[in-house]
Design a binder for this molecule. Structure first.
Ligand SMILES: *Cc1c(COP(=O)(O)O)cnc(C)c1O
Length: 559
């Protein structure tokens, strides 16, 4: 005790000597330096704690390898080779997306005189034919088209027509649109068991998530003074969270999921929380493999640290809230398979939920709802500037003017479907997903289903070294299926919709054939193998894929 205190006093004396011996300028410099070093060390420590030592060094090692390889690629001979490859890939993408040939009519400037309605329709029909629009009605798609049936489509078109020019930015001009938007949010809040909560509509799942990220950033700044916000997301969370964080300047810790359950590792989440953490994320269900995170455990962590917990139900949308009433929440095999766990506002600690009306709500594309536990939290989503030259400006979400037609279409879809409509679509769609998952588990030994998906998505990976799952995906593409490729582990998924319900047997038969193709003659050339294989092939893989993806987006704007 005494030795400690004497050592302490001698070091304070030394510090005093240091301070008194130097000029005020020197002192200020020292203080600043100490502050800087402490701050950076704290940052580094928190980073290490959140990511873990192994992954931090892994990340660092990959970064070093990438730098070195990128330097090598700067050598003239290598540079030329890469450029040639990239140009070839660019031409491939263009050939696939942009109609080629001298007889293609390109509308590059305004017609001198307006065209007739008949001409416009004919031209659209011609463009669809010329470009061989993939016939989505055959149903061999994962997700993509959430079609509620032709009768519903007619209802949507009628709603569009009536509200074609409406804009909720002017509620005094379009009072019915305002009322419909408020009612859509109210209906969703009841579906997710928070009738006293608050929310807004947005243009889609991505905007809902980006808005939630913004809300928590501003909430944490206003209530806790956090200026270097961090958020913690599962590796299976949607890319929209990274996008939101990139837009809003928030640091993201992406944590691994349990390889068997596919739920985020709660121990890692707990360790990653620090005083700068503003938000935890869970999915119900996630996009890659359709599993749900342990929302109850995440909720406990969020409420004990007084931080946000966003549950992403963009995909779960109008499926998850109906599983219980559909009699599907107990799962199968006495709850061993596909069991639903609590995910909505009834779970303590859940502070916001995103729900895509334009997925299983069968609303027109461009429609989603972001919900908050209470109206006070929603306030942080708003943007208001009182002193704009154009007048006081306030808007609830990213957009200013918004299409009232989409609000009317969404309202119409929800009224048309009703609870019983969504209940039966939930039964059909989840029934199809479980039939596929059970068949794979029981009778396709080469494949493993990832986790225990409770809703509409089934992902599968290969357990047979002789079968490359991405080859299976490419062989499925040859049979007309548009499925999604995943990484970590390499896998393929199908999100079942109303369109896939009648095709379960076809899907399984095609899958068995595709496995045989992949085993017998792996081509190594299909899109999935080429693109996803590249991403994992080397340290520069990701930057190549980034370059290819940017080229793809460029090509979208080639008229
Ligand atoms: C579809 C989806 C989103 C958002 O996607 P949008 O295309 O912007 O509607 C977010 N999370 C999950 C889990 C999704 O499936």
């Amino acid at each position: 005790m005494s030795s400690v205190s004497s050592r302490l006093s001698s070091s304070t004396a030394a510090a005093k000597k240091l301070v008194t011996a130097s000029s005020p300028y020197e002192n200020a410099k020292t203080v600043l330096l100490v502050y800087f070093v402490l701050k950076q060390s704290l940052r580094a420590l928190r980073h290490l704690r959140a990511r873990g030592i192994t992954s931090t060094f892994g990340e660092f090692w990959r970064w070093v390898c990438e730098r070195v390889l990128l330097l090598v690629l700067q050598m003239p001979s290598m540079k030329k080779k890469v450029q040639t490859e990239m140009n070839r890939a660019k031409l491939d993408i263009e050939a696939k997306l942009v109609p080629q040939g001298a007889d293609v009519v390109r509308h590059l400037s305004l017609p001198a005189e307006g065209k007739s309605p008949e001409w416009i329709m004919e031209e659209m029909i011609k463009m669809d034919k010329d470009q061989a629009m993939s016939d989505w009605r055959h149903g061999k798609l994962s997700g993509a088209v959430y079609h509620g049936g032709d009768d519903l489509s007619r209802v949507l078109v009628a709603a569009f027509e009536r509200y074609a020019v409406s804009n909720p930015l002017h509620p005094d001009v379009f009072p019915a649109v305002r009322k419909m938007e408020a009612e859509i949010v109210a209906m969703c809040l009841r579906m997710y068991n928070n009738p006293d909560g608050a929310g807004t509509m947005t243009s889609g799942g991505t905007e809902s998530i980006v808005m939630a990220v913004k809300t928590y950033r501003d909430w944490a700044r206003a209530t806790k003074g956090i200026t270097e916000p961090e958020m913690i997301i599962p590796a299976t969370a949607h890319a929209a969270f990274d996008k939101g964080a990139a837009y809003m300047g928030i640091k993201v810790h992406t944590l691994p999921v349990d390889p068997r359950t596919r739920k985020v590792n709660i121990k890692r989440v707990r360790r990653a929380i620090n005083p700068n953490t503003i938000l935890l994320v869970g999915s119900a269900v996630n996009f890659p493999d359709g599993n749900q995170d342990d929302v109850v455990a995440l909720g406990k962590l969020a409420s004990s640290h007084n931080i946000g917990l966003h549950v992403d139900c963009c995909l779960g949308s109008f499926i998850m809230p109906f599983l219980e009433r559909a009699g599907l929440s107990e799962g199968e095999d006495g709850g061993k398979k596909y069991k639903l766990e609590p995910f909505d506002f009834r779970v303590k600690g859940v502070t916001s939920i995103s729900c895509d009306t334009h997925k299983y709500g069968f609303a027109p594309k461009g429609s989603s709802v972001i919900m908050y536990r209470d109206a006070a939290l929603r306030r942080h989503q708003y943007y208001i500037t009182p002193n704009w030259t154009g007048g006081v400006y306030g808007s609830p979400s990213l957009s200013g003017s918004r299409p009232g037609a989409l609000i009317a279409g969404t309202w119409a879809a929800m009224q048309y479907m009703g609870s019983d409509g969504y209940l039966s679509s939930c039964r059909e769609i989840v029934g199809a997903a479980r039939a596929i998952a059970n068949t794979i588990a029981d009778s396709i030994p080469e494949l493993d289903v990832l986790g225990n998906p409770p809703a509409s998505v089934v992902a599968f990976t290969s357990s047979d070294p002789a079968v490359n799952i991405l080859e299976v995906g490419d062989a499925m593409a040859k049979r007309g299926w548009h499925l999604n490729a995943l990484s970590g582990p390499p896998a393929v998924h199908i999100a079942c919709t109303k369109l896939t319900v009648p095709l379960v047997d076809t899907f399984v038969a095609d899958l068995r054939d595709a496995i045989e193709d992949a085993r017998a003659a792996p081509s190594g050339k299909g899109t999935m193998v080429a693109l996803y294989g590249l991403g994992q092939s080397s340290a520069v893989g990701p930057s190549m894929v980034t370059e290819l993806a940017a080229t793809f987006i460029d090509t979208l704007y080639k008229a």
